[in-house]
Design a protein around this ligand. Structure first.
Ligand code: AP5
Ligand code: MG
Length: 189
């Protein structure tokens, strides 16, 4: 299956994606993780991305589309994948649809994880105490939430119109949320 996880920063995309990877043996591709690895390695892409990530802004669409086009063409993606944090803008979603069309495939499911902003900020402030992430500071966390509502939330309507959007309540324990995702997955398989 080809699945996209959408949700504001702190909604639990990475946490739930890891559980899904384990249960369904599906590759988990997090663009945030990929970009942070590039930053660590001080590659050209990493250096370009760092400027945006540190401010809580999105890395330009062109860079993300080039990165993901290469990644999704790799043989390990032939049997499906779980995208965490991509696409994040309408141009990225259109670009992804084009990539998939060239590969004669399409998305099966988009899961939108929801949670209120106070809960999300609390989670990230807590995580920020030891995550080492440059964007886990209170000001940047608030900016990331704003960017989500301005640039990523319009994707919900985009995928709702395609009939593949499923909303999942992201509040509760990690296992509660995972059970809700499993229900959605089971209904599809
Ligand atoms: P990215 O790494 O994707 O970060 P994000 O979207 O801001 O989200 P997080 O990873 O912080 O949260 P999450 O939803 O994964 O939650 P998590 O499971 O970690 O992107 C970082 C940056 O990279 C972006 O700002 C941008 O600059 C750039 N970027 C990435 N992709 C891009 C793209 N496509 N285009 C352009 N730029 C891009 O959980 C959060 C915390 O909460 C954890 O501590 C966790 O343990 C805890 N938690 C999880 N679930 C629960 C629960 N149910 N109850 C209590 N605590 C919980
Ligand atoms: Mg994440």
């Amino acid at each position: 299956m080809r699945i996209v996880l959408i949700g504001p920063p702190g909604a639990g995309k990475g946490t739930q994606a890891s559980l899904m990877e384990e249960k369904y043996h599906i590759i988990h591709l997090s663009t945030g993780e990929i970009l942070r690895r590039e930053i660590q390695r001080k590659t050209t892409l990493g250096n370009q991305a760092k400027v945006f990530i540190d401010k809580g802004q999105l890395v330009p669409d062109k860079l993300l589309l080039e990165l993901m086009e290469q990644r999704l063409r790799k043989p390990d993606c032939e049997r499906g994948y779980l995208l965490d944090g991509f696409p994040r803008t309408i141009p990225q979603a259109i670009g992804l649809n084009n990539i998939l069309r060239h590969l004669s495939t399409r998305l099966d499911l988009v899961i939108s994880l929801t949670a209120n902003e106070d809960e999300l900020v609390n989670r990230l402030v807590l995580r920020g105490r030891n995550s080492g992430r440059s964007d886990d500071t209170p000001d940047v966390i608030r900016d990331r939430q704003k960017v989500y509502w301005e640039q990523t939330a319009p994707l919900l309507e985009f995928y709702r119109e395609q009939g593949i959007l499923h909303e999942v309540d992201g509040i509760g324990t990690i296992n509660d949320v995972f059970s809700r995702i499993v229900e959605v997955m089971d209904a599809l398989c």
